[in-house]
Design a protein around this ligand. Structure first.
Ligand SMILES: Nc1ncnc2c1ncn2[C@@H]1O[C@H](COP(=O)(O)OP(=O)(O)OP(=O)(O)O)[C@@H](O)[C@H]1O
Ligand SMILES: [Mg+2]
Length: 315
């Protein structure tokens, strides 16, 4: 499989200033490594605050990494000009209402990426916009309406249409269906699966809903406090998790028939530690049922074991 995206040793530190004190380092991402293949969906899961959205922002250049490097289609991020970059990778947000300009009509929201990044004529743009609206299931008469006239599901279709206008190879989807009713979620997920085939897209799919991630992903990456703790094929991760955190995450998801929903916070006993005060050793050690003295002293490296990558001394 060809790698479309390669993420190597990426770190992101936010300096946090508290009044009258010297800034503290918040390590939102620590030594992140993974690849995304062509046509593949990589699901990213982990508790609130573990760095999922920060990763999405770094991958779409909304934030720059503190260190490490990222290659998209074999070209390093700093070597891209903005137009080429945005024509290869686009983001879909959880709440399209916040990411869509409320003062613009749907037509212009979808047309703008073409106006900004290409020299197509308005006539060509019009044709492409209406074709994409049709493809994502938005009727023509919606073109002249503003985002607040749309339902949640329609707004998400609008966000997806805009993201696809430059025919990117990669979509970063940050909780794309979390704000939608369950029946609408299924429609939008099915649309995403169809579009993936049609446009040969690779998806990085962030969600706290494990049933959605299981449904849509080929591989899964589990994060804990800014680190990758386990990463492998969907079936290995779901059927045979090796990291204690992944095991607790899957166990704590209430099972409703085949459907399981992980609530954001009831993942492991104990207060979730903050990325501002990381322990010396394994970040999960304070909550881990399998921890030993070694875990509190050293950070376990991410190693290729049991058909997946896992960062645990006692996996
Ligand atoms: N601009 C910023 N400045 C300072 N700290 C930030 C900034 N953005 C994120 N953080 C911190 O980085 C950490 C990771 O946040 P992030 O939003 O990436 O988590 P998340 O996994 O997306 O959480 P959620 O599931 O709630 O969306 C958190 O501790 C957060 O407070
Ligand atoms: Mg987030």
């Amino acid at each position: 499989m060809n790698n479309i995206l390669e993420v190597n040793s990426v770190n992101k530190i936010f300096p946090i200033r508290k009044m009258f004190k010297k800034p503290l380092d918040l390590k939102a991402l620590s030594d992140i490594n993974f690849t995304l293949g062509s046509n593949e969906t990589l699901g990213i899961v982990g508790e609130s605050g573990c760095g999922k959205s920060t990763l999405a922002k770094v991958l779409t250049k909304l934030e720059s990494p503190t260190s490490g490097d990222i290659e998209l289609l074999k070209i390093k991020y700093p070597d891209y000009n903005p137009k080429d970059f945005h024509s290869h990778i686009q983001m879909v947000f959880q709440d399209p209402y916040q990411s869509l300009n409320p003062r613009k009509k749907a037509f212009d929201i979808i047309a703008d990426p073409l106006r900004i990044n290409t020299d197509k004529s308005e006539a060509e743009i019009k044709e492409l916009v209406y074709a994409m609206m049709k493809r994502v299931g938005l009727r023509e008469e919606f073109a002249l309406r503003y985002p607040h006239h749309f339902s949640g599901g329609q707004r998400q279709r609008l966000g997806i249409a805009r993201a696809l206008m430059l025919r990117p190879k990669v979509l970063i989807l940050d909780e794309p269906v979390s704000a939608l009713d369950v029946s609408i979620q299924a429609q939008v997920l099915n649309l995403l699966l169809e579009l993936q085939q049609e446009f040969s897209l690779s998806y990085l799919f962030i969600s706290h809903d494990l049933s959605v991630v299981q449904h849509i992903s080929d591989r899964i990456l589990v994060m804990y406090l800014g680190r990758v703790v386990e990463y492998g094929s969907r079936d290995e991760i779901f059927n045979n998790p090796k990291h204690p955190y992944t095991q607790i995450l899957l166990d704590s998801a209430p099972k409703i028939g085949l459907k399981s929903i992980a609530t954001k916070n009831d993942v492991a006993p104990g207060e979730a530690p903050s990325a501002l005060y990381l322990p010396k050793g394994c970040a999960f050690a304070p909550r881990c049922p399998k921890k030993t003295a070694h875990c509190e002293e050293s950070i376990p490296p991410l190693e290729d074991k049991y058909n997946r990558m896992v960062a645990c001394f006692n996996a």
